[in-house]
Design a protein around this ligand. Sequence first.
Ligand code: FAD
Length: 320
Amino acid sequence: MSILVFVEHHNGSVAAASLGVLGAGRELASAVGVPLVALVTGPGSADVAAKLPVDTVYHADDERFHVAAGRVDALAAAADAAGARIVLAGASVNAADVAGGLAGRRGLGINTDLTAISFENGEFVADRPSLDDSVVVKSGWTTTDGLVGLALFRPGSFTPLELGSAGSVEALDVADSGRRGQEFLGLEQAATGGVDITKSDVLVGAGRGLGGPEHFKLVEELAATLGGEVATTRAVVDAGWYDYSTQIGQTGKTVSPKLYIAVGISGAIQHKVGMQSSGTIIAINKDPHAPIFDFADFGVVGDLFSVVPALEQKLKARKG
Ligand SMILES: Cc1cc2nc3c(=O)[nH]c(=O)nc-3n(C[C@H](O)[C@H](O)[C@H](O)COP(=O)(O)OP(=O)(O)OC[C@H]3O[C@@H](n4cnc5c(N)ncnc54)[C@H](O)[C@@H]3O)c2cc1C
């Protein structure tokens, strides 16, 4: 028996959400008294596997594991090989696809958007915030034997585990289920301008409050003064004001910079889940009731078009 974590990586870099779930998995595995096992899929996964600090890591490197159907085959094989009691993963679009596939094949339940999990009286119990996070629903799984189900966690719910070395690393033998419907045709580098916001220590988040793409110079200059990058909300990228690769949140990237300055961002839950583990959060918003002020460390209530230039002037004066 074991606790199995589905780990995601991008070009060999382990997703922060997966490292967080590995941390939760380690605690759960010791509460249940079973090993912690991980699965990593896709080209380059053997290298990633060696760095994961768990008892056993299975890797499946072939290109057929680039698509969800192949990954479901791999997850099913790993669950069987590990005798998994439960599968844990960060709640990404990819993980939701794969978890849904396995749940469908095996008739298992998935609990999503979770923030915690424990083992109480022989059963797994998970926390799922609901009604705008005003209540926490205690959720379980009805299957009791073997693999009981799957759990997907909000990114940023746990402290990421440090990379280290795996107890044992095994190439997974994955039978092709033939359940396709998808075909991997190749990878194409997106035009991101070479910026990876997940690697920056300082991010200036720009929201719809900027009013239009013509005002982004304001945040670009502030980011440059601080040696950081510009990040955005979905409202901004959906409006076509900035590149999709800069979007933070549930359907964007998860970031944990040392400093996050939210400019004209309301702080919707779908944005919050992508940046809540930032070191220091500063919000600039003209609405004193904007939700961002509920979780910012410092807040400035005011018009960003006067606050941001004033802040930059002060920073430049201090630097000079
Ligand atoms: C399934 C789903 C997934 C989603 N995924 C994401 C996601 O990944 N990432 C994401 O960000 N969102 C996501 N969203 C959208 C999310 O719900 C919000 O709509 C979005 O985050 C709002 O972006 P915003 O804060 O830029 O805009 P708004 O909510 O419109 O906020 C703009 C803010 O700017 C302030 N403002 C306006 N003018 C000024 C000024 N002159 N000075 C100072 N402040 C000013 C306003 O007071 C307001 O608070 C998702 C939604 C759904 C339904």
